[in-house]
Design a binder for this molecule. Structure first.
Ligand code: PEP
Length: 262
């Protein structure tokens, strides 16, 4: 079964003092209370070390928000996978729609980044999702398939224990307009079938497929009740430890029935 996973993406927010307070808050409220849920915090690069120290000895994991596909070299402003591992990261977000849309990342770039993360034994969190225009044009499935293909090209079948996929419809990110449970279920089902085609049925079942886009403590319980949703990637609401802890708790509460159902 796929691991239930909840990830906080702090994006470009916070000084080190603020990151420390936030990480301590999450540790206090979430800590080791929800052993069935894998909880991951993704602060900006500048706060990785601060957050690493704050999480030391807990079950909480550290993630970066981006990486370069080269291990090192003349790439000013970039950070390689081994550097992230050295900084204490177990995970890295790859292909977030803000990187694709604002910084021009292509499916090919995302594929190279994913391969670099795997090579360095970092757990990649692959983000895919359609824009509103694409959804309205009936192209959601085609877009998700193309993004999956681009990212997983050349990836071996044994990535099931290390890969996480996040379905993040672009129209839902930071807009306050989350996907309905039915929309999430349809997209997640399609992604699961796409993973099965590329990696095999059994490995595909083990890959967590998270939903991301305007998740709050208010809508988390209905998303957690969707069998196809294995967790969430949370932006805005993860900047408040109480909101984030409530979201983790919603998924922990749903973990047993969801696992038995499937
Ligand atoms: C995200 O950053 O991936 C995200 C889903 O943001 P938000 O929860 O703010 O929509």
């Amino acid at each position: 079964m796929a691991r239930t996973t909840v990830i906080a993406n702090w994006k470009m927010h916070g000084t080190q003092a603020e990151a420390l307070a936030l990480a301590r808050g999450v540790r206090r409220l979430v800590g080791n209370r929800f052993p069935a849920v894998e909880v991951v915090l993704a602060p900006p690069f500048t706060s990785l070390e601060t957050v690493r120290r704050a999480l030391r000895g807990s079950r909480l994991h550290l993630s970066a928000q981006n990486l370069h596909w080269q291990p090192q070299g003349a790439f000013t402003g970039e950070v390689g996978a081994d550097m992230l591992g050295d900084a204490g990261c177990s995970h890295v977000i790859v292909g977030h729609s803000e990187r694709r849309r604002l910084f021009g990342e292509t499916d090919r770039d995302v594929g190279r980044k994913l391969a670099a993360a795997l090579e360095a034994s970092l757990k990649p969190v692959l983000c895919i999702g359609e824009t509103l225009q694409e959804r309205r044009a009936g192209r959601m499935r085609r877009i998700l398939s193309a993004q999956l293909s681009g990212a997983l090209k050349g990836v071996s079948k044994s990535v099931n224990e290390i890969l996480t996929v996040a379905y993040e419809p672009v129209w839902a990110i930071g807009t306050g307009k989350n996907a309905t449970p039915a929309q999430a279920a349809e997209a997640h089902g399609w992604i699961r079938r796409g993973l099965a085609r590329r990696l095999g049925e059994a490995p595909a079942r083990e890959i967590p497929i998270l939903y991301g886009g305007s998740v709050t403590p208010h809508n988390a319980p209905e998303l957690a009740a969707v069998a196809e949703v294995d967790g969430v990637l949370v932006g805005g609401a993860s900047l408040d430890p109480r909101s984030f802890a409530a979201i983790v708790s919603a998924f922990a509460a749903n973990d047993t029935p969801r696992t038995e159902d499937a």
